[in-house]
Design a binder for this molecule. Structure first.
Ligand SMILES: [Zn+2]
Length: 403
């Protein structure tokens, strides 16, 4: 399963009225769609925000409506941080605020090294007594808080993903409800502390966005999910640069394969990811390769980078996967995004995503290329995200639709 995060999109004027998938040169994805079959997937159940964790949980065959307990706990699992039953985990972004606005959800994609120093200093200054900061990668970190600290306030706690409010005043989006005042206080203290840090003066001197605030969101308690093997009777592995996805993998018992050069950004080593995925097929029934770059291009509103990322996935991951069928005659390859991240909106939407599957026992349908529009012709029709994997695992050598 090859997942181009946020790959699906809407037509763009700057691409001559085409979507990035339509504009990209993707001979391997097109072959996969032409010789295989496809359809559309609703990866985000009604009532859920179209977040990556929800969508990826769904792609892995789990119904988020039944299994989802928040993003923070998955990130905790990925960092090897155990949660006590009375603890709540939050995603803790390092962000840039300027003139009262949340101007960058990633603090200029700050390096893991600089970010680690800042998070450790925050832990020293603000941690203890039921509060723990844990460093992760780049701008993505973790805060764990004892539940009893979050008791003040009324109504359900509401937090906001920072990538959804980029460029907006941050005050109206500070945490609200039960625990909101406590978290807001922590954010304000982080702003005072972080703006005085030397790393940030250096970043400003270099024209880089300073990491001058934390942003807390994605709260949740320890999840309980069936293992992938118990659920499907198959072994699996996952490749991703994103902590969240690795956390999800650890929680359901997929082997996490670390790939040198996988960055979660435009500069990721696509080829290395593809190679490691194929290598993993020798030891596993199922391999999930996740590439974050198209989503980042969507969030930054950059159609050129999005097309480039899609073409790199096609050339360096999908192409070699199709070639690998010589070695693995029973191979099936699925290409899809977890959700759409339209350039024009710079954020995720919950529209159904196009998918195509190719390989053993998959009969061709009317799809002629891999695009949002062509997927509407797919013989699978529109399915719920978590229905796809069980369906494909149960599908023997017969075409979809045939009894
Ligand atoms: Zn995203």
């Amino acid at each position: 399963m090859i997942v181009g995060d946020g790959m699906a999109d809407y037509p763009l004027e700057s691409l001559g009225g085409k979507t990035p998938l339509e504009a990209a040169r993707v001979p391997h994805m097109d072959r996969l769609a032409r010789e295989g079959a496809g359809g559309r997937l609703k990866t985000v159940p009604g009532g859920f925000a179209p977040a990556s964790d929800v969508a990826n949980l769904s792609l892995l065959g789990y119904d988020p409506a039944k299994c989802y307990s928040g993003r923070g706990p998955l990130e905790a699992a990925s960092l090897g941080v155990d949660l006590e039953p009375d603890e709540v985990a939050f995603r803790c972004n390092l962000v840039t605020v300027s003139e009262g606005k949340l101007s960058d959800y990633s603090a200029g994609h700050i390096s893991t090294r600089e970010a680690g120093l800042l998070i450790n200093q925050l832990e020293e200054r603000l941690g203890g007594q039921g509060i723990r900061f844990h460093p992760g990668m780049s701008y993505r970190h973790l805060l764990v808080v004892k539940e009893q600290l979050l008791e003040e306030g009324r109504g359900k706690l509401k937090t906001m993903p920072p990538h959804d409010i980029t460029g907006e005043p941050f005050e109206p989006h500070l945490p609200r409800g039960k625990g909101g005042a406590f978290l807001t206080d922590l954010i304000r203290k982080s702003q005072i502390f972080l703006s005085g840090q030397e790393i940030n003066s250096i970043r400003l001197d270099l024209g880089e966005n300073p990491a001058n605030s934390v942003w807390l969101w994605g709260e949740g308690k320890r999840p309980s999910l069936d293992g992938f093997r118990e659920r499907f009777g198959l072994s699996g592995a996952l490749i991703s640069a994103v902590d969240l996805l690795k956390g999800l993998a650890r929680v359901i018992g997929l082997e996490v394969i670390e790939v040198p050069g996988a960055t979660g950004f435009f500069d990721t080593d696509y080829r290395a990811k593809g190679e490691h995925a194929l290598k993993a097929l020798s030891g596993h029934d199922f391999v999930y390769v996740h590439v974050e770059a198209p989503d980042e291009a969507g969030h930054t509103g950059n159609p050129v980078e999005k097309v480039k990322a899609i073409e790199a996935i096609d050339d360096k991951i999908v192409g070699p996967a199709l070639d690998a069928r010589i070695r693995f005659p029973n191979l099936r390859v699925i290409v899809l995004p977890d959700h759409a991240t339209p350039i024009s909106l710079k954020t995720h939407v919950d529209d159904p995503v196009p998918f195509a599957v190719w390989g053993a026992g998959i009969a061709p349908d009317a799809m002629e290329s891999y695009t949002e529009k062509e997927a509407e012709k797919g013989s699978f029709g529109t399915k719920k995200g978590h229905e796809l994997l069980p369906l494909l695992f149960s599908l023997e050598n017969k075409p979809p639709g045939e009894k």
